[in-house]
Design a protein around this ligand. Structure first.
Ligand SMILES: [Zn+2]
Length: 205
């Protein structure tokens, strides 16, 4: 059987470093997209354990549990996920999970998004009204200039805070080493960008 090359790549990453939240998340997501719901459950559960603030991981895990008829667990995970997403101002996953709960006939926790409008904790970098980091949901501290040229660099300037960008730099180095990526090749660059987009939650931006 021909293994999906994306899945093999993420499996390789998870084997190289089981503590890598992004590797676990990406593997689970790839399984889910391939319709392999059963297999998606373990890596997505690990992603949530490794980073309990990763709201999108709750959403995908809930979906995988639901599709494997583990409905009670699905409701439990998604209920926690709504609260996590709400606290961080991750509106898209929050609304998607609230929708899942109501479709399943489960109670939806009340949002208390106002709490999130506290002053930015990390205000290194610039502040522009209306800016909110796509990854951590904080309202300030974006970069002063594009980190690199091109549309993706532009998106990062518009959506990502300085702290999350620096965290990605550290994670990106791990990704390069663990997958042996060569950034001078189109394939290497594409894989790297794909991880960056997932890590910084820029997919829907
Ligand atoms: Zn951030």
């Amino acid at each position: 059987m021909n293994e999906d090359p994306r899945i093999s790549r993420f499996q390789q990453m998870v084997e190289a470093d089981p503590e890598n939240e992004l590797g676990q998340f990406s593997l689970g997501k790839a399984y889910l997209e391939a319709g392999r719901f059963q297999e998606a459950v373990t890596p997505l559960s690990r992603a949530v354990e490794l980073n309990p603030r990763m709201s999108k991981a709750y959403q995908l895990l809930g979906d995988a549990l639901h599709k494997t008829s583990r409905q009670e667990e699905a409701i439990d995970v998604v209920t926690r996920g709504v609260t996590v997403a709400d606290e961080q101002g991750d509106r898209m996953p929050r609304d998607a999970m609230a929708e899942m709960l109501s479709q399943w006939g489960a109670p939806v926790p009340a949002f208390k998004e106002a709490v999130r409008l506290r002053p930015a904790e990390a205000t290194a970098g610039a502040a522009t009204p209306g800016f909110q980091c796509s990854r951590c949901g904080r309202p300030g501290g974006h970069l002063n200039k594009q980190p690199f040229k091109g549309p993706l660099g532009e998106k990062i300037l518009e959506n990502v805070c300085t702290t999350c960008w620096q965290e990605w730099i550290a994670m990106g180095t791990k990704v390069i080493n663990e997958l042996g990526l060569v950034l001078s090749t189109p394939d290497g660059q594409q894989t790297y960008d794909q991880y960056m987009i997932e890590y910084l939650q820029l997919e829907d931006r």
